[in-house]
Design a protein around this ligand. Structure first.
Ligand code: S3P
Length: 435
């Protein structure tokens, strides 16, 4: 699908982002392993979470939807059934990696594949630790790529240091560890999102955190847990950036998760001088939630790297766009993981933003963006020029280009704009509400 977006003179209104994608995957998977029924409200509406749901159903889990509230009938640790067909994770790395942790412990054969993009993403980092736990698991390309074939069985706990800060990898090992003999410890180089740990603790699993080391003691069973999923800060980020860089904007993003392992985007916007407020902070289903408001801001450039990266990894294309509307040069470093997301997000972001006139350069592990001045610099809406561009079938890039189009002169045509459906199916409708 091709989407045409014109630069707009005013951005005003309230948005409620979709349910958090990361929490939704975990709510479905962990409640499937629990014994008994759980209700999930505000589940992420997107293809990725649908992929997880459909794989779990193939494994025998009953998941029903009544008016947007999902009910999961957990099978316990021993109730999963051998899938009669290949499991399809679609575009979703989280589905493939987390479910592999589960499948590695099941007494049957599973084959899990994904779309063209997912079949190019690294799976050796997943295969290695699962094999160390005793799993029989193979992949294409000398055990580095999907499809994966898994003959599950008895696992042993391991002590494992992750080679990269990856919540998907950490969660896959923790899920496998639930079924293992003996304890497991996982050490992260830098802390990544901790939704799996929070949910497991709430479900009664003995899990201890010592700095960046997590120790899990397997329990006989998990208690099902009812969850209201907070809004996704990675979706909210689109409007936070739009509000900050547009010259005439005032936007409120309601009901957004502000788990500290995810709020790098708020820290960076504040660092850049954005007028952003975090209001009505509360706790829902163990996660912090708030309403966020933002308005047109006079931004200054910033430097991003190190332990901040995992806290805003999915927001980096948007931050690159914000850098273009700041005074000075913004540098993003230590983000080599971006090259192996749904697209090569460094290459694709640079290529597409260049078409709109952003002064941006590729680094092996990041980007350099030379800003053209903040609000004080004058008529910012005229700084970028609409152009023809493509999402590279990457939802985060499609949304970044949509926001860039709002602050560009003339019309931007975005090819493969339907990619937003992976995490935010109503993205284009929400955009219309604000313009
Ligand atoms: C996710 C973890 C991150 C993130 C992805 C979702 C998760 O990936 O980029 O969008 O839900 O665990 P990595 O774990 O590969 O860094």
């Amino acid at each position: 699908m091709e989407k045409r977006v014109k630069g707009c003179s005013i951005l005003r209104g309230d948005i409620t982002p979709p349910g958090d994608k990361s929490i939704s995957h975990r709510a479905l998977i962990l409640n499937s392993i629990a014994k008994g029924r759980a209700r999930i409200e505000n589940l992420a509406a997107g293809d990725d979470v649908y992929s997880t749901m459909s794989c779990l159903r193939t494994l025998g889990v009953e998941i029903t939807d009544s008016g947007g509230t999902y009910s999961v009938s957990g099978l316990g640790t021993e109730g999963f059934v051998e899938p009669a067909d290949v499991l399809n994770a679609g575009n979703s790395g989280t589905t493939m990696r987390l479910l592999s942790g589960l499948l590695a412990a099941q007494p049957f054969l599973s084959i899990i594949t994904g779309d063209e993009s997912l079949r190019t993403r690294p799976m050796d980092r997943l295969i290695q630790p699962l094999r160390s736990m005793g799993a029989e698991i193979w992949g294409r390309g000398s055990d580095s790529l999907a499809p994966l074939a898994i003959r599950g069985g008895k696992l042993n706990g391991i002590h494992y240091t992750l080679p990269v800060a990856s919540a998907q990898l950490k969660s896959a090992i923790l899920i496998a560890a639930l079924f293992a003999n003996g304890n497991t410890t996982v050490e992260e180089p830098v802390q990544s999102r901790d939704h799996t740990e929070l949910l497991l603790k709430a479900m009664g699993v003995k899990l201890k955190h010592e700095g960046t080391r997590i120790k899990l003691i397997p329990s006989a069973s998990l208690s099902p847990i009812d969850i209201r999923v907070p809004g996704d800060i990675s979706a909210a980020a689109c409007w936070l950036i739009a509000g900050a860089i547009h010259p005439n904007a005032r936007i409120k993003v309601l009901n957004t998760g502000i788990n500290p392992t995810r709020t790098g985007i708020i820290d960076v916007l504040k660092q850049m001088g954005a007028k952003i407020e975090v209001e009505r902070v509360r706790r829902e289903s163990g996660e912090l939630v708030a309403d966020l408001s933002v308005e047109s801001s006079d931004l200054v450039a910033t430097q991003i790297g190190g332990s901040l990266i995992p806290r805003l990894i999915d927001e980096l294309p948007l931050i690159a766009l914000a850098g273009s509307f700041a005074r000075g040069t913004t540098t993003i470093m230590d983000a080599q993981e971006l090259r192996i997301k749904e697209s090569d997000r460094i290459g694709a972001t640079v290529r597409e933003l260049l078409k709109l006139g952003v002064d941006i350069e590729e680094l092996p592990d990041g980007m350099v963006i030379r800003g053209r001045g903040g609000l004080a610099g004058g008529e910012r809406a005229k700084q970028l020029t609409g152009a023809g561009c493509t999402s590279h079938h990457d939802h985060r890039l499609a949304m970044t280009l949509g926001i860039a189009a709002l602050v560009s002169q003339g019309e931007t045509v975005i090819q493969d704009a339907e990619a937003v459906a992976v995490s935010y199916p109503n993205f284009w409708q929400d955009m219309e509400k604000l313009t």
